[in-house]
Write a protein that binds this ligand. Sequence first.
Ligand SMILES: [Zn+2]
Length: 314
Amino acid sequence: MLHKNSFLCAALTTAFLGAAAVPAQAAVVASIKPLGFIAAAIADGVTPTEVLLPDGASEHDYALRPSDVKRLQSADLVVWVGPEMEAFMQKSVSQLAEQKQVQLAALPGVKPLLMKGDDDDDHGHEGHDHSAENSDEDHHHGEYNMHIWLSPEVARLSAVAIHDKLVELMPQNRAKLDANLQTFELGLANIDKQVGSVLAPLKGKGYFVFHDAYGYFEKHYGLTPLGHFTVNPEIQPGAQRLHDIRTQLVEQKAVCVFAEPQFRPAVINAVARGTNVRSGTLDPLGIEVKLGKDSYMQFLNGLANQYASCLKGE
Ligand SMILES: [Zn+2]
């Protein structure tokens, strides 16, 4: 009898702890931080926003933990780019009801804005790591550049889509959600003007970025990149690519090379050695920015300052 009771007690404890480990309150769950920035602005005061990808992880190479799968299952709404970016979420999201997820790259307003991806990387050159290729290549080399959160236009359309889904799910919160969307759109228009004036004088300054992520931002603000080191940050650039970049640096066509907080490969330093090229850092996931209702604006502003501080050369 004693044995039975203690067994029951242990079972109850386990059940209780198990339940406590999963967040009791459902939330908006965004795949990556910048989408969390947009969602947090719209859901502010209505429901919490959480981000799946931990700081420092790559959007191109992540594996869901069991706790991530649970978070996705219990979410009010899941926000992601789509299977060509977050391939690691595809299986979990496919099990969710349609009204509980928003796939931003598939929105009718976003589709016509998609930019072609650059596919001219260095396959077949020496030093290529084939194990990395097998794990990352399939989902990265889609037809389009999927770093769509770096486009202010796509950000606005994403905010509208998240708003519409939340209104559907929580019609009682319509007034607050409407007000949040309006505030976001105003804030975005303001920061867009501000960033535009910071970056306008930098048109024509050539530079290289580490990975092919910034096309939407660069196109929107008229920046003039010369190229990227690699399409997939998990794959090292090949010898031919490095030689070409080095030649352009020596010929003084570039003033900056940009690394990223997660990726500071020795290869960037090696290629810039002995030239006058400055090095900077771009943070495409906003790991320095805290989640909150103004965080997307802080993110755009931060990125603009990262470009400006290196390109201006002050
Ligand atoms: Zn990327």
